[in-house]
Ligand binder design. Structure first.
Ligand SMILES: [Zn+2]
Length: 311
């Protein structure tokens, strides 16, 4: 796995931040965690070593109490190594092994129930995926099953079975491959949860209220048609603060959804608003799962809500 500096074809770096562009417009500003005091001298390798010590010794159980974390992946595929939203099968398995070993990996709906009932959630972790990439079904799901851990897949319904190439892949020259509806139904039949991610992955922070309503409802209805049920789970496309709005929060509640998830960093606590659940984006920004663990336990993620990119 590589440092974000390697993402030169998609990102540029200025003023100690990494800016991700879509159609020439800056959409995400990524601040390398190592640039932020204290401890900016600590390299990712040293963080990995510290993370290994903290986790393998069990110290993290003392340092990280009463909170849960929801992680989000995007594409799992053994190519496009410079793409910040792609992790390889090997990298993905490393993370899953780390989660299974050190966390209580639970379904997102169970984590939501614990949030709503203010039940203890020490070391609870839920795994999610956004968008609906092909490798979710062909690479990620078999690895998740091998480690007996659950996950939720958030689907942009219009992408499924299509040849659509989103702007972030077009920019990077990536050949996009989406799951088919048969694969989505199969994931559900195997016990995975399926959530909504709008119909065509619009930026809900920019579109009109009419379009937002249509996109949210169309995404939910298509899932119901294809799966015969609705989970009530929703994740914001892009998921940064400016992609959400108060109007949309109300709209989501009125539409009968149970929760909505961002894609920016932070942990979850009992009693949090189910419509403002934070996630931590897992990308090649982390040199290893133990670096992620270090950032998590030392609460650095709490202060870096734009730390890694999402779509
Ligand atoms: Zn997305």
């Amino acid at each position: 796995m590589r440092n974000a500096k390697a993402h030169s074809d998609l990102c540029d770096e200025s003023h100690s931040r990494i800016n991700v562009y879509q159609k020439g417009k800056r959409t995400l500003s990524l601040r390398p965690l190592s640039d932020v005091s204290p401890g900016r001298w600590i390299t990712s390798g040293f963080k990995t070593l510290l993370g290994w010590i903290i986790f393998r010794s069990g110290l993290y159980r003392l340092a990280w109490r009463g909170k849960a974390v929801i992680v989000v992946f995007h594409r799992v595929r053994d190519s496009f190594r410079n793409d910040p939203i792609t992790v390889s099968s090997g990298q993905f398995e490393q993370f899953v092994r780390f989660f299974a070993r050190h966390f209580d990996v639970i379904p997102l709906t169970e984590l939501l129930a614990r949030v709503e009932s203010s039940r203890p959630m020490n070391r609870s972790l839920a795994i999610t995926f956004d968008d609906g990439y092909w490798g979710n079904a062909t690479i990620a799901a078999p690895i998740l099953e091998r480690y007996h851990v659950p996950a939720c897949f958030f689907i942009a319904t219009r992408y499924i079975g299509s040849n659509h190439v989103p702007v972030w892949d077009k920019k990077n020259g990536i050949e996009t491959k989406w799951m088919t509806w048969d694969q989505v139904r199969d994931l559900r039949a195997r016990g995975f949860e399926i959530g909504s991610h709008t119909d065509s992955h619009v930026d809900l922070g920019k579109v009109s209220p009419t379009t937002a309503r249509r996109e949210i409802r169309a995404g939910m209805m298509r899932l119901e048609e294809e799966l015969g049920e609705s989970s009530g789970l929703f994740a914001y496309p892009f998921g940064q603060r400016n992609n959400m709005s108060e109007e949309n929060q109300s709209l989501l509640r009125d539409t009968g959804l149970r929760c909505s998830l961002s894609a920016h960093g932070g942990t979850v606590r009992p009693g949090d608003d189910p419509f403002r659940l934070k996630r931590v984006n897992i990308s090649t920004w982390y040199s290893s799962p133990y670096q992620f663990g270090f950032e998590l336990v030392t609460r650095r993620l709490e202060h870096h809500e734009d730390a890694v990119a999402g779509t």
